[in-house]
Design a protein around this ligand. Sequence first.
Ligand code: PHE
Length: 344
Amino acid sequence: MEMQEELRRIQQEAAGELEKIADKPGLEDIRLRMLGKKGQLTQLLRSMSKLPPEERPKAGQMINAVRQKLTEQMDELEASLRRKEQERALEREIIDITEPREHTHYGTKHPLSLIEDKMISIFTSMGFDVVEGPEVELDLFNFELLNIPKNHPARDAQDTFYIEDNIVLRTQTSGVQAHTMLERKPPIRIICPGRVYRADEVDATHSPVFHQLEGLVIDKDVTMADLKGTLDIFAQSLFGEDVTTRFRPSFFPFTEPSAEVDLTCMACHGKGCRVCKGTGWIEVLGAGMVNPKVLEMCGIDSSVYGGFAFGIGIERIAMLHYGITDMRLLYEGDVRFLSQFRED
Ligand code: PHE
């Protein structure tokens, strides 16, 4: 009978405590105190050895029944605690999908980059490699090896920024020609896009920093017709099938003969308009056959090899392609202007 009393007391105590439980740690505490190795019920089970043998089975049954009941109650409580915690989490983490959010601004490629990418892909499709050269350049590469010796009047035309006597900010990408010829053996077919610097005043068509794309081909039997054909393909890929090139005699120390190259005016298709000042042509780039002197200075046998070179102003092409009339727009970083240009 004592055992029954004890069991009832344990059951009551457990029920009272379970009612007050608010969280999992509390529940685990009771579980341990009642059902754990040193728990009250377990102790009771052990004390059965003191009972007369005939009472033991009955006592065992009673204890186990209580144990089972308590286990069930505790499991139920645990499940309900878990449900409550989930409900609280759902309320806490609620997301208002109707709330207006801040506007996302997507960046766009700069028009100069768009045009440069296009120019590069046109030339690489013709088999040109892209190479890059230094913007801070030795006089040797920017001038000397290009047949522009000290005191040559062509130096004046390029209003150079000097860093030291023999170091300049490159005034043209043509220095990459010399680098490449000294580093590679013919056949050579490269383009070099990049920044160049000249001490120019800023206005609608000038900037002290601008971009050029240089081209160089060195091989046996290269003619001026190859140069014209290459530039025709370039012009047509960029501006349309009806655009052709026109060569006018010109002078560059590193090419002989040299040419200023015009393209059919893309605004009027050659009829004559304000953009081309009535001529139907637009001056776009400089080119020519690489001067044998340059070849020899760069270690290439000019009796075996020859080639052509060209230099294209990337700003000029971008302005013609997009109909931009003031170069300064390209550098001011005004998103209202820049966001109009997309990759097509
Ligand atoms: N480097 C010349 C310039 O900046 C352009 C050019 C390049 C001309 C290659 C001929 C050949 O004006």
